[in-house]
Design a protein around this ligand. Sequence first.
Ligand code: GLU
Length: 620
Amino acid sequence: MACPMNQALPNAPSGATDQPAKPPLLAFLEQAHARYRDDFSGAVANYIPELNKADPARFGVAIATIDGHVYEVGDSAYPFTIQSVSKAFVFGLALELLGADHVESFVGVEPSGEAFNSIRLNANNQPFNPMVNAGAIACSGLIYAARRDEAFELIRSILGRCAGRDLDVDESVYQSETATGDRNRAIGWMLRNYGIVKDNVDAVLDVYFRQCAILVSARDLAVMAATLANGGVNPLTGDPVLSPLAVARVLSVMTSSGMYDYAGEWVYRVGMPAKSGVGGGIIAALPSQIGLGTYSPLLDEHGNSARGLRLCEALSAHFDLHVLNRANDVRTCIVADYDVGRLQRRGRQPHEQKLLEEQASTIRIMELTGTLAFSNVDYIARRLLAHDTGLFTVLDLRRVPLITTAAAKMLADLFDSLSSSGTRPVLAGIERDSRHFRQLQAFLTDSGAIRTFSLLDEAIEWAEDQVIFRYGGFSQITDVPLAEQELLKGLAPEDIADLEVLCETRSYHPGERIIACGDEADSVFFLQRGMVSVKLAEGVRLATLVPGTAFGELALIGGPRSADVFADNAVLCRRVPLDTFDDFRMRRPFAAEIIVRNLAQLLAHRLLQANTKIDLLSAN
Ligand code: GLU
């Protein structure tokens, strides 16, 4: 029966609207924006005359995630001058360009407890920190001393790389501040008096005034903050703008001194490293999570954007974002932990298989996932060392996107100590010229002691070969006749003899395709000599088969070929065409039934293997 138009569909929740569903974070930002949009408390900055022209109604917010998504609400694209928010990035640039020791010998890192434009230095006659004007002018001065006339362009380009686009300068704000910036001039000359600005105070101040007049939007600020949250790599462009060490130092001073005289209160209530500017911008960076940018030119009594501050407080409280309130479970980094005994990776000669089962505990495999940080690797190490580590420990890193420096150091130490206790570390899912490997290499005593493989399958196969070799299990593989084929087990000699007559002999060279996925399944192959690999169209290897195994055997139950089969080396097969097998079936129904029963058993075994793998992956 047709559903009448005016009747709600039975499954629609009551109160449903036609609004498309949206991510909760976007919904929150929209609600918060709507809540504070009509709040006109605060005042637009007026000590730089041009800033006083800002429209008090403007309000924009954006959040950039470290996977490179940007949420934007309100006037998020509206341009305004960055002002003091530039100080965080210029400090980062100075650290990068000149080294922390050099910068720290001119500028302190203590909160000042004074106004941002205070003309006072600390007890060492240095600026208190890089977030107040004196410290920021000192940083611009250090960059000027190193780069002279290129200093400003360098600053502009670093800020632009953090934002992911070229940034312009608001000429009229720059002129306006230059015309009225006597207080900053006083600071500049005082810095010169103490040897912090070496020469040409005017040129240094010009760099500083220009950097404050760089035009950004709330969206730009969000991406810039996300670059800090992402260890210095712009999450949208992938550009590594600042090093993680410089970023950690920038975020430290933002935490202690980024929000003028409200810094202590801010870190207590909001708990995110942040910096604000008198242009009305705020950035907040939650490491490894998000970067936030807000714009509203109405400032509170501390000089922080009033609406921006409220929005940040609401966001942090709502989602519990305080940086010191973190939760994590280190154990989730292990997807699977097993030894080779529980899983058959590839076909082996029966005696090799038996040997591997006996020596199962000599190869330990751990499949890892997610970012590996300090506490994850500590957990991995304890879990590994709780049992005998055997001859080989295979760590699969294919699902590991990031290894922190601490984790790389601990992994390197773990590998060194495994090696010296007789366990060979084997890494899978990693290339020797990859970032991950170079990172480990920097801390390894002997990187040659570690084997690496792109695929876990190859790593396990290699380790298995080593174990078989070590225990003398390798034997010359001789031809396996029909009578010894696993699919023909239990057949009477006269059945085999009859089948033998029906078989064609086929040989293949290494790399030759024997079966193509999608082809009609018109024959069954018995592998007599050599090895074959069964592969999916994308090249994923499903199995490697040894003599004595059949392939293409699903032809017995119909349907097209489901995978490719390639010869790994020189291969000799016995091939039974299906139509002749049908004659055999008529002549020898009892033998044919045994074959089908064997087939069912082999398939059941494969299913068991697949289920074992699924269990291994879901048991951790
Ligand atoms: N250009 C401004 C000044 O030095 C920046 C101040 C600020 O945003 O805190 O006065």
